[in-house]
Structures are given as structure tokens and as C-alpha cells.
Design a protein around this ligand. Sequence first.
Ligand SMILES: Nc1ncnc2c1ncn2[C@@H]1O[C@H](COP(=O)(O)OP(=O)(O)OP(=O)(O)O)[C@@H](O)[C@H]1O
Ligand SMILES: [Mg+2]
Length: 502
Amino acid sequence: VSPGESSGVPDAAIPDAALPGRELRHLLGWFVRIRWLFVAALAFAILVGAHVFRVEFPVGKTIAVCVAVFSYNALLLLYHLLRRHRAIPVLTSGRGEAGLQIGLDLLALTALIHFVGGAESPLVCLYLIHAIAAGMLLPKREAWVVGAVTFGLFLSVVVLEYRLVLPQYHLAGMANVTPRQQRSYETVLVMAFLVTLFSAMSITSAIMGGLRFRERQLMLTQEALVRQSEVLQQAYASLSEKQMQLVQTEKQASLGRLVAGIAHEINNPIQFIHGNMAVLSEAFSDVLPLLDERSAARPQLRIARLDYPFFRKQVPVLLKDMADGAERIGSIVRDLKTFARRDEGRLDEDVDLAETVRASLRLLHNQLKRFRVEEDLDPHLPPLRGNLSQLQQVVVNTLQNAYQALADDGQGRITIRTRVVQGGSRVRLSIEDNGCGIPPDLKERIFDPFFTTKQSSGGTGLGLAITEGIIEQHQGQIQVESQLGKGTTFHFILPVKGGRTA
Ligand SMILES: Nc1ncnc2c1ncn2[C@@H]1O[C@H](COP(=O)(O)OP(=O)(O)OP(=O)(O)O)[C@@H](O)[C@H]1O
Ligand SMILES: [Mg+2]
């Protein structure tokens, strides 16, 4: 991979990974700053060695090297500044510049070592710092190449000095130094070693700090990933649940169609049972005088294994019961048909709200008979314009919620009230119960599709969502009043036929 080129593989996946560009540029800037310190310390050490300890070496040449380092560092700084302000184009990639800095430093250091004693030079230990710097800036393989070049350069200098190809600058003046000067020199050596040691330590700790920072970042990323996967799992679980509920809803819709079909089928036989009951009643009253005559002639007369007087009294009652039963079945079937009708959603029917309420009460007769149901219906209510079947669904859903909220303690009461409001332009239908009430924190959610507190008894949580949709379609409003433990009232405010809609 050439410098700056992306292989598309994350750094961590490459064993000989290069530093990411931004981090490398940051480090290069840091090296420029630290080089000022080094070059100043070196110039200082050279001057102290030459003038205080009177070590003899070519001071001019060593200072010239320091000036060279100073100059190229100044150029590097200028390049960094200009590039940061985007005043010049990028001349080298980060890795190119790293190679340049390391190469220049290596040459300067080798020249210095050559001038200050060659193999005897105390400056040899600076190669260590240089090697660490190369290791920080370059990928492993290139850092090893730098190490090999360093060794090669040093060896060449030593060999060339030995072969006298290069002049040899012994640290002259040391041979006949006084013991005091010897001690001072040793002190300087120890100091130089200390500086090297601490530099190595500070560089290493900088590397380790970077590593630890990345490790922490990695850990945070990992934690965030775990959290996200938990959220995803929850979403998946709730999605599965919703899917099951949808299947359930679809089943209910099919059930609705089935009910509509059956209601239609039952309707015809019930019609003629009802019709025939009238004929039978009439026939019975016609036959009765003949039977009376017969019974007078034969007091022991029994019909259908019953004594005649008992038979005469009971049969009209039986016939009336049967006629009433047929009538009731007929009305239930009619209400069921209206309720389960496949609906085209037309909103142009005249709806008698009182009749809709009564039909809903008939439908739910069986479930409501355990409770007290009070009707307070305005006899002069104007008709609404809308969809009869949908409005009946609203009443049925709300009545169902009301009786499901009631306790079985004989105190349960439901009140249905209709009123004309807003100067006759609207009517209000209120369905009140004295049941368990809705906890305030759930009140906002009851209209959400699939929100239910009746999972255990098979609630789908669609009742109020459908109700809200229907009322919106009719340009009406819903208001809910509820007190926990006291009861709930749903108010539906709907425009009357020909009234204002807004
Ligand atoms: N009259 C009421 N009293 C107390 N809580 C109510 C009342 N009406 C609605 N709720 C609350 O609102 C929730 C949502 O009602 P909704 O009719 O949408 O669904 P459901 O009754 O749970 O199920 P279903 O789809 O069978 O109607 C109910 O589960 C219940 O907690
Ligand atoms: Mg409900």
C-alpha cells in the first residue's frame, strides 16, 4: 500500500499497520517541537565540553551540524505552519515526511558522533532515542530498515576511521586530565545517560498513552454496540408481538365476514318463522271454539298429553313466547348484520344516534345484564350524517371497554347520555362507567394501536384506535375523563346532518 492510499482494510486488521494520517501528522509536529530542545541541549553540551572540560574536538564542525539541524527544523516548522493554513499544497505524504525527518536526523547524528570521538563518543546512546522515534513514526518493517541503516552508517564511520579514510577525532585532552576533571567528565556522561533514559521513558509512555486511549475508545465502542444490539433485540421482540397481533386482527376480520354471512343465512328462516307464528296464533284462536265444544262433550279431553283446560291456558303463552323469541332473534341478526357488514366507508347515511345506541345495547345484552345500564337519550336529537355501521362500532367498542372496566360486585353502572351542543350544530354522546379508571400515565397511550392492559384476556388494543379513526373520519372529537378507581367517561362530539363540520 503506497503512502496515503487506502486499502479499504481497517488499520487494526493489517499486522504491519501504519499510523492513521491525522495521528502521524500530529506526531511529526511534536517531533519538530522536541527537536528544538535537543539541538539546544546538544549545542550547550558541546560548548560546556569544549570550554569547561577542555575536551578537544572540532567545535566548529559540531556547531555547524547543530546549525544544519536548526535550519532544516525551521524549514519543517514553516512547512507545517503553511500547510495548516492551507497556504501551500501538500508536498509529501505523512509517511514521506516521517522518512525525511528520520533520515536527516540520522545523518546529523552520525556526523556529530564522528566529530565527537567516533566509537568512543558518548553521543552513541542518542541512536537509541532515534531508533525509538523511528519505531513510533514508521510501520514495523520500515523501522527495522532504519535500524539496519543506522547500524550500517555507524559501522562504516568506525571502519573508515580505523582505515584512516576518514579523519579520527579522538576525545583528546582526556588522557592527562586531573582526577577532578575526570570526575566532572564522568558526571556529564551520567547526566547524558540519564537524559537518554528519561527521553526513552517519556517517548514510551507517550506511545503507551496513545495505546491506552485507543483501547478505551474500543471499549466504549464495544459497549455502545452491545447497547444497540439490545435495543435491536427489543425492537425485534416487539415487532414479532405486533405481527402476532396483526394475525389475530386478520382472524377477527375473517370472523366478522363469517358472522355477516351467517347472519344473512339465519335472517331468511327467521323471517318465515316469524311470519308463520302469526298464522299459527290466528289459527289457534279460530280453532279454540271448536275445541271448547269438544271439551264440553268430553270433560276428560287431553291434547298433547295435557289436560284440556291447562292446554287452553298455556298454548297462547307458548305461542307468544315463540313469536317474541323469533322477533328477538330477528333483531339480533339485523344488528349483527349492520355491525359486521363489509363496509365501503360511505359517510352519507342518515344516522339516528338513539337507535344506534339501542341496537348496540341489544347486541351486548348478554354481557351487560350483570350491570345497571341507564339510558339518558335526548328525544329531540337531530340525525347525524355518516356511516351507521361505523358509528355503531364506536358505541359497541366503548360499551365493551366500559363493562370490561367494571367489577363484578353488583355496583357496576354504565350511563349513556346524548345531548345537543354548540347551538345545535353538534351532538355529544357520553358513555360513563364507574369502573377501575385509567392511570394518568397511560391516558396518553390508550389510543395507540395495540396498546392494551388486557393481554391476559385477549385484548388486541385496537378498539380505541379504530374508534379514533372513525370519529376523525366523521370530523368529530373525543374527550376522555377518568379518575383512577372512580370511573371513566368517553365523550364523542359529532356534527349533525347539514351542520357545521369544523
Ligand atoms: N372505560 C375504560 N376504563 C378503564 N380503562 C379503559 C377504558 N377504556 C379503555 N381503557 C384502557 O385503554 C386500553 C385500550 O383500549 P382498547 O379498546 O383500544 O383496547 P382493549 O380494550 O385493551 O382491547 P380490544 O382490542 O379488545 O378492544 C385498554 O386496555 C384499557 O387499559
Ligand atoms: Mg376495547
